[in-house]
Design a protein around this ligand. Structure first.
Ligand code: ADP
Length: 597
């Protein structure tokens, strides 16, 4: 309470008012009291002077008729003066003091020049406060003129010492001041109590408001009164309760929004009107290689180097619209391609409050699209070659009616070879498309993979014999079966493609060695040839569709450029992989690893 400013403001104000009003009232009352006392004394002097006039009248009449008998009057006056506590004087018309209650008249000088006597001579009566030369102190005088048939016969004068009056007034002042002091102390105590009852609830409210502003929303004010402060406290509590509800709602909304942002695959950056980053989600930070903590409250152009993003943001904020652009950056793992959407943000009053940027990483889509385009271009090109050849040969046969049967048969043979090439191309294309579409209802089942490999090797024997190649086959399955869970037809095609290549790219007299080894849940199929081999720079690419080291040779040998990509695809679809070890002129070793059932 003693630290409450409002308490001290109220209380000091109250003290000032009490002190000022006490002083003013005290001064006014003491003045009024003094004035009243003087009036009262004056009134009492007037009455006494009237009475004294009646007593002194006969003596003054006699004195006026030159028959002074002042001795008896002096005695009465002296006694009267003592009894009334005042000084009484009887003065003749010429100013001679006939009798005086405190001094012998003979010792007294002529009083006609006394101010009260001079004034009473003309006005009938007069009062004066002045120093008495006779008694040597301040006195208050009242003089009254006495006449007989309008002839002045003398004056009576009553006086009291002013010291006594001052003493009386002083006593009255002390009483007044004491009363005022008591009233002031009572008022101060009452003021203390009132200021405290007023400031205490306010102090409480201030403390609760501080606690709420520091996040303690459970704080409430308890005030047991029925006045406006209690109404205010109740309103305050209601406000705090509503604040809790609103804060909870805001926090829930904020958390929900944050979770949505964080869960988004797209990168999201929100900036204020000065382009300072307000929010950035993990996806955006990852995409742009930023750290979340370092970015917040920093200008976006300081953190994000991509000019496409900064320019889009600039344009969106400038024109108050949505701007779409694209960022393309080469990286170690291929091109990074990002769709950028920048939109300005406005509050409810249509005022700009910043902007939001959404970053959509379409690198994979872009890569697939490029592969698709290349594939379509390559497939069209590959198909076009045999078609053009067939067309040319058939047109020649049609146009040249005189063509000899030998040439014609040669042409027909070529047409047949091209159509076979066309057929194997279409077969491989269909196989690729079936494998990649994933729509094929492939029925995986457990089967003896070693039997499949043996069948493929057996089927290859005739072509090996044609090229005088030595074909060998070794399998660890001679003692036990090697069971694989998969599509038997596809795995058979995988083995055929590898054997076909080994035979194709191995010159006459060479050898092709096939081995099958089952070990700890895996089976390894190795196809080793002593053929032309593949240089390291080409090894990276031979699993790509339509990639061939030597196009002419491949075509000549009936290759489509799709065989190895089909092998890789089938191996991966079965949870396995394919690898190659080779070098130019020193043969090739293809190893396929598959999980066993
Ligand atoms: P192709 O139908 O042309 O054989 P593949 O996809 O099967 O197409 O093979 C791609 C290329 O890899 C071939 O053109 C060839 O240049 C090279 N290649 C594949 N297998 C071998 C191998 N055993 N020895 C040497 N080169 C090979």
């Amino acid at each position: 309470m003693f630290r409450s400013r409002i308490f001290w403001r109220l209380y000091t104000g109250y003290i000032a008012v009490i002190i000022i009003s006490t002083v003013i009232v005290g001064v006014l009352i003491s003045r009024q009291v003094a004035q009243n006392s003087l009036q009262e004394i004056n009134y009492s002097l007037a009455i006494r002077s009237e009475l004294l006039a009646e007593i002194a009248r006969p003596a003054l009449l006699e004195y006026a008729q030159n028959n002074p008998t002042t001795v008896s009057l002096q005695g009465i006056i002296t006694e009267l003066g003592e009894n009334t506590g005042s000084r009484l004087s009887v003065i003749s018309a010429d100013g001679t003091v006939i009798a005086d209650s405190q001094e012998r008249p003979l010792n007294m000088d002529n009083h006609s020049s006394r101010p009260e006597v001079i004034d009473a001579r003309t006005k009938g009566y007069a009062s004066a406060s002045r120093y008495s030369d006779t008694l040597n102190h301040q006195m208050m005088y009242r003089a009254l003129r006495l006449t007989d048939n309008e002839n002045l016969i003398g004056f009576v004068r009553v006086s009291v010492p002013l010291e006594a009056i001052d003493e009386k007034i002083g006593q009255l002042r002390v009483i007044v001041l004491f009363g005022a002091g008591v009233a002031a102390i009572s008022a101060l105590l009452l003021g203390f109590y009132l200021a405290k009852t007023f400031s205490d609830p306010l102090s409480k409210m201030t403390e609760v408001a501080k606690a709420i502003s520091n996040g303690d929303y459970e704080q409430r004010i308890s005030i047991d009164s029925n006045d406006e402060i209690s109404v205010l406290a109740k309103a305050f509590n209601r406000m705090a309760r509503n604040s809790v509800v609103r804060m909870t709602r805001i926090t829930t909304d904020h958390n929900r929004l944050s979770r949505i942002f964080e869960g988004m695959v797209e990168g999201v950056i929100a900036v204020d009107q000065h382009q300072k980053i307000n929010h950035i989600n993990q996806a955006a930070a990852n995409l742009l290689g930023l750290s979340l903590e370092d970015c917040l409250d920093r200008p976006i152009w300081e953190q994000v180097r991509a000019k496409e993003i900064n320019e889009s943001l600039e344009r969106a904020m400038e024109n108050d619209c949505v701007v779409k652009s694209q960022l393309r950056q080469p990286s170690a793992v291929g091109d990074l391609v990002v769709d950028i959407y920048a939109a300005s943000l406005q509050d409810t009053d249509q005022g700009p409050i910043g902007a939001v940027i959404v970053l959509n990483d379409i690198s994979e889509i872009d890569r697939l699209e490029r592969i698709r385009r290349d594939f379509v271009a390559n497939a069209s090109h590959e198909l076009k070659t045999p078609i053009t050849a067939i067309r040319g040969l058939t047109e020649t046969i049609i146009d040249d009616e005189s063509m000899g049967s030998g040439v014609r048969n040669n042409f027909v043979g070529k047409i047949h070879a091209q159509s076979m090439r066309l057929s194997s191309l279409v077969t491989d294309l269909l196989a690729i498309s079936r494998l990649e579409s994933g729509q094929d209802k492939r029925t995986f089942q457990s089967f003896d993979f070693s039997a499949t490999v043996r069948r493929c090797v057996d089927a290859c024997r005739s072509s090996c014999q044609e090229k005088q190649l030595i074909l060998s086959y070794v399998s660890s399955s001679d003692t036990e079966k090697i069971t694989v869970n998969g599509d038997q037809q596809e795995l058979s095609q995988l083995v055929d493609n590898l054997l076909d290549n080994a035979v194709k790219y191995t010159p006459e007299g060479g050898h092709v060695d096939v081995s099958l080894l089952g070990e700890k849940g895996w089976v390894r199929l190795s196809v080793v040839d002593s053929g032309i081999g593949i240089s390291p720079q080409n090894q990276q690419r031979i699993f790509e569709r339509f990639y061939r080291v030597d196009k002419a040779r491949s075509r000549e040998l009936g290759g489509t450029g799709l065989g190895l990509s089909i092998v890789k695809n089938i191996a991966e679809q079965h949870g396995g992989s394919v690898s190659l070890a080779s070098d130019s002129g020193s043969g090739s070793t293809f190893v396929v690893t598959l999980p066993t059932a």
